[in-house]
Ligand binder design. Sequence first.
Ligand code: 3HC
Length: 659
Amino acid sequence: MPEMRFSQSVSARLDGGVLVVTINNPPVNVLSAHVRAGLIAALDHAADAPNIVGLVISGTGRAFIGGADIKEFGKPPVVPMLPQVIDRIEAFEKPTICAVNGVALGGGCEVVLACHGRIAGEAASFGLPEVKLGIVPGAGGTQRLPRLIGTVAAIDLIGTGRAVKAGEAVALGLADAVAADPLAAAVTAVRDNAGGALRRTGNIDVPAADPEAVSAAEAKVIARSRGQSAPAEAVRLVKAAAGLSLEQGLAEERATFLRLRDSEESAALRHVFFAERAAGKVEALADIAPRPIETVGIVGTGLMGSGIAVSALTSGYRVIALEQTPEAAESGRERIAGILDKAVQSRRMTAEGREACLARLEATAEIKALETTDLVVEAVFDDLSVKTELFRRLDGIVAPGAILATNTSYLNPDAIATATADPSRVVGLHFFSPANVMRLVEVVDCARTAPEVLASVLAFVKRLGKLAIICGVTEGFIGNRVFSAYRREAEFMLEDGALPQEIDAALEGYGFPMGIFAVNDMAGLEIAWARRKRLAATRDPAVRYVEIADRLCEAGRLGRKNGLGWYAYPDGARTVDPAVTAVIEAARAEKNIAPRAFTKDEIIARLLKAMVEEGTALLAEGVAARPGDIDLVMINGYGFPAHKGGPMFSVGQNTEGTI
Ligand code: 3HC
């Protein structure tokens, strides 16, 4: 039987009376207008053909359907709209069963829910991640999912946007079965159902739910939504499904979807989505094959080094961790094992997974052991002479093709590279602490870094499941430069009349998990203090300098760990301390500054302006390639709320093609 074509992306073949419809819209089969039109045409064809007993819907490649086409948002609507396609599938008179070969997300999952049966392949995953884009499902997800899996589980899935794999989908009732060959299983299921009563999800009553469990599930979603509105709206719609007809529920859902789709929150989160996809792409590297990396050396097993080691081990790498003495190597091994233990305790890892990781770990005090590594990441004390000496030694030990990466936060990696005979193999990999948790890695493209080396570390960071942002050499790289500018502005405002708790409250109200002074207390004040003392001799006396932080450090207030910093921490709880207010007032008096009141909006506006000015300078200097890269650094490294899109987005500096 020849292939039938229903649109540029939808084709079908007949398999003994079953029309097997395939969506082929690379890379992830999103529901573009031609896919929707093709599906309707396939249904029309099947409806009119007496020899067709039913349909199977499947996708090609790694996706079943990746969701609605986000690039269509904000453009004039093109019929058929997705809800129309989905209603037609559910109402279809012949069994329509999906063979879910890969990801079924958003609108893709909504297609799944509308089918009369659902067979998952082993690579299938299902999710309604719309809240991550600041919207709610807009084609029946909030109304059909609770009918299939109950209100509590639906609140969890839709409210968090979390995807589930095939096994969990079956356990929840979202899929009927897992099959090694989902297409064949779906064809059989269509034949078995032909002529029988069809199971339409919309006709199922939402199962009764325990109100306490519903409240608990809702509270969990709201607690992690950090001021975003979509999760709460999604929960409201899921809860409403039990009391509304399908038609009423769908109308309410669609109205909410359209309202949120046009919101600033959704525009910001879509910007973040596309900025992330753009971040890893470097045109100049497109044709360069990364070097294979299997064995990673990590020098230093302190907080940072052990976090990097865990991240590499859990991503399948072999790790050789180097310390100065056998005892330190053994403590490093224990620290790494301890992090893995915690992952097992919190069920993020199985005991077997932990064993497999530890089997790939060697902790040693013999630098020669690094000769078999493909990449060495240095995470030792941030001191130029320590690092240059280390790189000089590493350069003579590792193979000629091996890459040397420094995790320095403030030193110049070009200066470190000069210690090697081949600076083209040196690159910066600035991880954020704790490195096994934090997603961001600033990849520092040094003056002499070879393109192949850059491509290789980008692939490495990707395999770690982290987000790589490329940046040029500058003191503090993108993140610490913007952070310093923003911190400086916050301290100017202290002198001008705001108090730490007022600035922190404004930031937390804006969506930061913690205000800047609370963050500084958590990180400890002494490193920045030491740096200020180092720079004191060369500081331009004409440039405004706020001494309040120095006064606090001199008074022994070094942050949370000694119970006193910008706040006091009696019993661990953050508390305003009149002693800090007194230091601030004294500093203002010394400079004859008459304090004035600041509104929350004013505080935010001044801090954003400081971040944007620094970001603009980074772009002008060529240190950062795109405004979106700066946004991603601030969101993933410094707690900037994703639903505000990042500092550059917040003032209208958009990434091309975002909305
Ligand atoms: N719309 C438009 N483009 C999309 C897209 C979408 N829904 N999903 C992915 N893409 C694009 C990406 O921008 C990227 O394009 P590029 O190559 O030009 O940069 C390309 O597809 C590949 O994406 P990834 O690099 O992310 O590929 P991965 O294999 O790593 O991941 C994925 C695939 C898991 C599908 C991931 O892309 C993803 O999570 N996509 C978003 C899924 C989503 O949020 N769907 C819901 C959409 S909203 C919706 O459906 C509303 C409905 O309820 C009405």
